[in-house]
Design a protein. Structure first.
Length: 256
C-alpha cells in the first residue's frame, strides 16, 4: 500500500482536481484506491457528486476519533472515498500529540486491501495537513506556474520538514512538485520553470498539467478526465502523471 498526501497552503492550485483524477485513473487500471478528504470544504465529495453529510458512511471525523470499522462509500468497484465536511474544522488548530491518529489506525490494518490512498488536505498550514503528511508514505505539492508561487512551494516544503521533525517515527518522502494550470505561451513560463528546475532538480515532476477548460469544467458535469475521449489533452496528461507517480513510488506497472 502506498499513501500519498497532496499539500499546499495556497488555494486554487489544483489539489482536489489532482487527487480525484489520479485516484480515478489508478482505480480504472485495477488498483484498489481510497480517497481520504481532510479539507473542511469537502470538495472531493462535491467533485464526485457525493453527499458529504451522509451519516451512513465513515467520514474523516470518524477517522480522527479512532473509528475501528470502516463503512466506505464506493465511487466504482475499485475506488472508495472517506468524505469530509465542516465538522472536521475543529481539528484544524489542535496539536498532534503522540503521532498521527490516521497513521495509527492505518497500522492497525483498517485500510488493508488498498493499493493506493490519496489524501486531500486543506489550503492551510494546520494540524489537518500534518495529519495527512504523517499518515503518508509520500507528499506531493501542486502549484501554479506563477513566479510568486515559488515562495509558496518553499513554505509548503518547510512546513512538511517541520512536521516530520516534530512527529516521532515519521519518514514521509517528498515526491515532488507538480505544475498545474500551465500556459506555455505565457512570457514568464520558461523563466519560472527554469527557476524551479534550478531549485528542485528532479523533484520537479516532468509531467505538467495544462490550463484546460475541460479540466476546470469537469466537476460541474461530475466528470473526471477518464470520461473524456482518448485523444483529450487532459486525459493524456493525467495518464502521464499517473505513470510518473507509479515510477517514482517504485511500482513499474503500465498505466493505460
Amino acid at each position: 500500500m502506498k499513501t500519498i498526501s497532496i499539500i499546499c497552503q495556497k488555494g486554487g492550485v489544483g489539489k482536489t482536481t489532482t487527487v480525484v483524477n489520479l485516484a480515478n485513473i489508478f482505480s480504472k487500471n485495477g488498483y484498489k484506491t481510497l480517497i481520504i478528504d481532510l479539507d473542511p470544504q469537502g470538495n472531493v465529495s462535491t467533485y464526485l457528486n457525493f453527499d458529504k453529510n451522509n451519516k451512513e458512511f465513515t467520514n474523516s471525523v470518524d477517522l480522527l476519533e479512532g473509528v475501528t470499522k470502516l463503512t466506505l462509500a464506493e465511487v466504482n468497484p475499485k475506488l472508495s472515498i472517506i468524505p469530509s465536511n465542516k465538522e472536521i474544522a475543529r481539528y484544524n488548530e489542535g496539536k498532534i500529540i503522540g503521532g498521527s491518529r490516521i497513521r495509527k489506525i492505518k497500522k492497525q490494518g483498517l485500510f488493508h486491501g488498498f493499493d493506493f490512498i490519496f489524501i486531500d488536505t486543506p489550503p492551510t498550514m494546520s494540524s489537518l495537513v500534518q495529519e495527512g503528511i504523517a499518515a503518508s508514505d509520500y507528499y506531493l505539492i501542486p502549484t501554479k506556474p506563477e513566479f510568486l508561487a515559488i515562495e509558496g512551494v518553499a513554505q509548503a516544503m518547510n512546513f512538511a520538514k517541520t512536521t516530520l521533525k516534530n512527529i516521532p517515527n515519521t519518514n514521509t518522502i517528498f515526491l515532488g512538485v507538480l505544475l498545474n494550470q500551465v500556459e506555455v505561451k505565457r512570457s514568464s513560463y520558461k523563466e519560472f520553470v527554469d527557476e524551479l528546475e534550478y531549485l528542485l532538480g528532479d523533484r520537479l515532476l516532468e509531467t505538467k498539467i495544462s490550463h484546460l477548460t475541460e479540466i476546470a469544467d469537469s466537476p460541474f458535469y461530475g466528470k473526471t478526465v477518464i470520461d473524456f475521449n482518448n485523444d483529450s489533452k487532459a486525459k493524456i496528461e493525467f495518464t502521464k502523471l499517473a505513470e510518473e507517480i507509479i515510477e517514482r513510488v517504485g511500482k513499474n506497472e503500465k498505466i493505460t
